[in-house]
Design a protein around this ligand. Structure first.
Ligand code: GDP
Ligand code: MG
Length: 440
């Protein structure tokens, strides 16, 4: 994938003390191939490469003490810029309700995302959305939204499938005003392909409801096709934002990287799974570092925050940033991760997780967690703080004390070390960026 490919190239120069123009050229060739392989639009690639090249052969990099890291920083910044730079928030109408039209092809995830968005607006923004079932064509589409409504205990407006979508939208707006809803989310019909009939109907709904937001839902797995779909919808209807769904799947990243550049509309949300809480505001900067394999600490921390108390999460964030992490933190983190659900997804957000072969694709089950716990508990306080104390005889003692094997102890110490190393690198790059908000 893109991440692995870029990683390989970047790792080769990461530690280099001196980088020549030839190195830069060589590297840019690799980056170019990686991006094309990830199904990024070729025009976008061309422009991207020329921007990075220009900066990479400039003073900023060649005269720096750590040119390898500087280039990674440049690539990271340009990837971020490519995806829109800043996080782009959902519209808020000056006079409620804010009307949001969900549009897109069949199967892209409109209905699911409507439910997720309603949930997000209530949970994170204290809003009171009304979902509207305006897909009268797909069998069971109304039922699907109503089921989501029940599950969330949130209202869904529907009039069956004998009334036109335009009529439904009109009535829904009246209902929303009556019941003081501050958001109206209209789930529209999709087609297999962009066609005139569909666009005509969407246009009518648009005319009638004057939406504050037209969110195009596209399936990230479809790569370049997603970008083409976005271009058509934007040309014909005008869209204000994109929701990229199925980013939890094995996507090549091409859609995320091209959609903003091609349509000049920001990606506002990312769908990360089928469940109603699997929607995240899209952060270009975090996506860029995820693509570069540096992990997505902030998202991980936000997840942790929802599951553990804030104090703990803050402390964990500080420790991650400063790489000042102990075995106790490591253990606690594994425990939290376990209670946070889909482990693969979470691990992929951990800095260096991609490289932690021992952790990747591993099911951290109760038994294993028990072993890790036993190992950490068999360490002295000093050892937990400072792994460099862990010489062979201490490791033997720990294995014995925990009822595990030397191999298991060694593996854990190695994983811990790699995680710490990645954190240090990240913290270093963070400093290089100056006082920019957010971070990774
Ligand atoms: P619609 O035709 O555009 O309304 O699409 P649906 O909302 O019915 O979704 C189509 C399928 O994609 C369903 O099986 C959803 O569960 C699934 N889906 C939607 N969003 C995501 C996502 O972010 N991740 C994953 N893995 N599946 C998704
Ligand atoms: Mg649908």
């Amino acid at each position: 994938g893109l991440a692995e490919r870029l990683q390989g190239t970047l790792n080769r120069i990461r530690g280099k003390g001196k980088v020549s123009e030839v190195d830069v050229k060589e590297m840019m060739r690799e980056v170019r191939l990686a991006l094309l392989e990830a199904d990024v639009n070729f025009k976008v690639v061309k422009e991207f490469i020329s921007k990075v090249k220009e900066r990479a052969v400039g003073q900023e990099v060649l005269q720096s003490l750590t040119p390898g890291q500087q280039i990674i920083k440049v690539v990271n910044e340009e990837l971020t810029a490519l995806m829109g730079g800043e996080q782009s928030k959902i519209a808020v109408a000056s006079k409620p309700p804010t009307v949001v039209m969900m549009v897109g092809l069949q199967g892209a995830g409109k209905t699911t995302t409507t439910g997720k968005l309603a949930n997000h607006l209530r949970k994170k923004h204290n809003r009171k959305p009304l979902m509207v079932a305006a897909d009268i064509y797909r069998p069971a589409a109304i039922k699907q939204l109503e089921t989501l409504g029940k599950q969330l205990d949130m209202p869904v407006f529907s009039m069956g499938d004998k009334v036109s979508p335009v009529e439904i939208a009109k009535n829904a707006l009246e209902k929303a005003k009556e019941d003081h809803h501050d958001y109206v989310l209209i789930d529209t019909a999709g087609r297999l392909h962009v066609d005139e009939e569909l666009m005509g109907e969407l246009d009518q709904i648009k005319e009638l409801t004057s939406p504050d937001e037209i969110l195009l839902v596209v399936d990230a797995m479809t790569g370049q096709d997603a970008v083409n779909v976005a271009e058509s919808f934007n040309d014909r209807l005008g869209i204000t934002g994109v929701v990229l769904t199925k980013l939890d799947g094995d996507t090549r990243g091409g859609a995320a990287l091209s959609v903003k550049a091609v349509t000049d509309t920001p990606i506002k949300f990312a769908g990360m799974g089928e469940k109603v809480d699997a929607l995240e505001p899209f952060h270009p900067e975090r996506m860029a570092s995820r693509i570069l394999g540096m992990g997505d600490v902030l998202t991980l921390i936000e997840k942790a925050q929802a599951n553990v108390d804030e104090q703990k999460a803050k402390e964990l964030e500080r420790k991650m940033r400063t790489a000042d992490i102990t075995f106790d933190d490591f253990l606690e983190q594994l425990n939290q991760v376990k209670s946070m659900g889909p482990l693969d997804e979470l691990l992929s957000m951990m800095p260096g997780a991609g490289k932690m072969k021992g952790l990747k694709n591993v099911q951290v089950d109760d038994k294993q967690l028990g072993h890790i716990e036993a190992i950490v508990q068999s360490m002295t306080k000093a050892e937990k703080q400072d792994p460099s104390l862990l010489n062979a005889s201490r490791r033997r003692r720990i294995a014995k004390g925990s009822g595990t094997s030397i191999q298991e102890v060694n593996r854990l110490i190695k994983q811990f070390g790699e995680m710490k190393k990645m954190m240090k690198q990240m913290a270093g790059m963070q400093k290089g960026k100056g006082k920019k908000k957010g971070g990774f």
